[in-house]
Design a binder for this molecule. Structure first.
Ligand code: UDP
Length: 327
C-alpha cells in the first residue's frame, strides 16, 4: 500500500485525514512534534515524532517510508497568538515548511497537499471570496500561510513539485464515530469553547465584538465539517496522482453564520442553555469570511454533505462527551 506523509497527523484535522487516508487504502505516516498534537490521536498508521525545523529527521523519515505524497497540516494556527508572536509563526510555519518542501523534493516525493487558510484573503468588505480573490492577510498567521503558498509555486516551477492548496474556512465537527476529535490546549475556537461553557467546564463564552457591520453585529464565518474537509484532501491526492496540474481550492460551504447564530444552534442541538457574555473585538478578526465553493465541487467532485451547522455541533458534542486525549 502506498504511504502518505501526514505532518500534523496528531492534530485535529490531521488525525481525521489519517482516518480518511486509511479508509481510502493508503498508509498515513504521521510526522508530528506533539507541541500541539496528541499521541493518542495517532491511530491509523505509524508515528514518527519530529519537528519541521529538524531537516535531518525529515530526511530520515522520507528515506525510511518513501511516501508517494505529503499532506502538510502541521502549523501554529492561532490568529491572536500570531499577532503577539509573529516571529514564531514565520519560523515555525514558513521556515518549517521550507524544510519540508526541500526534503520532499530531494526525496523525489513530488505530490504535495497543503493546508492553507481563508485568513490569506484578509478582510474584504463582506464579499464572498473565490480562489481568484486578492490575498491580503491582516494577521501573521494568514501572512505565513500565504508565504508558503508562494513557496510551493516557486518550487513547482523549479523542480516539478506539484501541489494542491486547500484554503480552509472554519473547520468544525468531528468524526461521527468519535475515534478522533477536536482538542486544543489551550482552546481558542468558538464551537469547542461553547460546548465547554455549556458543560460547565469553563466560564461563560465571551462573544468577541458585537459592533461589526453584520445583521446582528457579530462576525460571520463559513463552517465546514472536518470529515467533508478531509474528503476533499483525498480527492486532491487523487487529482495529483492522476497527473493533473497544481491547483488552489477553497473549502467552505458558501453559507455564513454569525457567532450569535452559532450560539442559537448550539442551544437547540444540545438542548441546554449557552452561558455567554458580550466582550470587545479580538485583534486580527475579519468581519466576514465566506467561501465561494464552486471550484472544489465542479473540478474535484467534492460534496460537503455533512456541513450543516447542526450536524457539526452534534458531532462535536458527541466527541466532547465521550472522547479526550491525555498524552
Ligand atoms: N469567537 C468568539 N469567542 C470566542 C472564540 C471565537 O466570539 O471565545 C468568534 C471569533 O471572533 C470569530 C468566530 O468566533 O468571529 C470564530 O472564531 P474561531 O477562533 O473559532 O475561528 P477563526 O475564525 O479565528 O479561524
Amino acid at each position: 500500500m502506498d504511504k502518505v506523509l501526514v505532518t500534523g497527523g496528531a492534530g485535529y484535522i490531521g488525525s481525521h485525514a489519517c482516518k480518511a487516508l486509511k479508509a481510502a487504502g493508503f498508509i498515513p505516516v504521521t510526522y508530528d512534534s506533539l507541541v500541539t498534537g496528541w499521541e493518542d490521536a495517532v491511530k491509523f498508521g505509524p508515528f514518527e515524532k519530529g519537528d519541521l525545523l529538524d531537516r535531518a529527521r525529515l530526511d530520515q523519515v522520507f528515506n525510511e517510508h518513501q511516501p508517494i505524497a505529503v499532506m502538510h497540516f502541521a502549523a501554529l494556527s492561532q490568529v491572536g497568538e500570531s499577532m503577539q508572536k509573529p516571529g514564531l509563526y514565520w519560523q515555525n510555519n514558513v521556515e518549517g515548511s521550507r524544510n519540508l518542501i526541500e526534503a520532499a523534493c530531494d526525496a523525489g516525493c513530488m505530490n504535495f497537499v497543503f493546508s492553507s487558510t481563508c485568513a490569506t484573503y484578509g478582510d474584504q468588505d463582506n464579499v464572498v471570496l473565490d480562489e481568484d480573490s486578492a490575498q491580503l492577510p491582516i494577521n501573521a498567521y494568514g501572512g505565513s500561510k500565504r508565504a508558503i503558498e508562494d513557496m510551493l509555486r516557486d518550487f513547482g516551477a523549479a523542480t516539478g513539485l506539484r501541489h494542491v492548496i486547500f484554503r480552509y474556512f472554519n473547520v468544525a465537527g468531528g468524526d461521527p464515530e468519535a475515534e478522533v476529535g477536536e482538542f486544543h490546549q489551550p482552546e481558542t475556537h468558538l464551537i469547542p469553547l461553547m460546548l465547554d461553557a455549556i458543560a460547565g467546564k469553563r466560564d461563560a463564552l465571551t462573544v468577541f465584538g458585537t459592533d461589526y457591520d453584520t445583521p446582528d453585529g457579530t462576525c460571520i464565518r463559513d463552517y465546514v465539517h472536518v470529515c467533508d474537509l478531509v474528503d476533499a484532501h483525498i480527492l486532491g491526492l487523487k487529482w495529483l496522482m492522476d497527473g493533473k496540474a497544481s491547483r488552489v481550492f477553497n473549502l467552505g460551504t458558501g453559507t455564513g453564520f454569525s457567532v450569535k447564530q452559532v450560539i442559537d444552534h448550539s442551544r437547540a442541538v444540545t438542548n441546554q442553555a449557552v452561558p455567554y457574555k458580550e466582550g470587545p473585538r479580538r485583534p486580527g478578526d475579519c468581519t466576514k469570511l465566506v467561501s465561494g465553493s464552486t471550484r472544489a465541487k465542479a473540478e474535484l467532485g467534492w460534496a460537503p454533505n455533512r456541513s450543516t451547522l447542526d450536524q457539526m455541533i452534534a458531532d462535536a458534542w458527541r466527541w466532547h462527551q465521550t472522547g479526550h486525549y491525555s498524552k
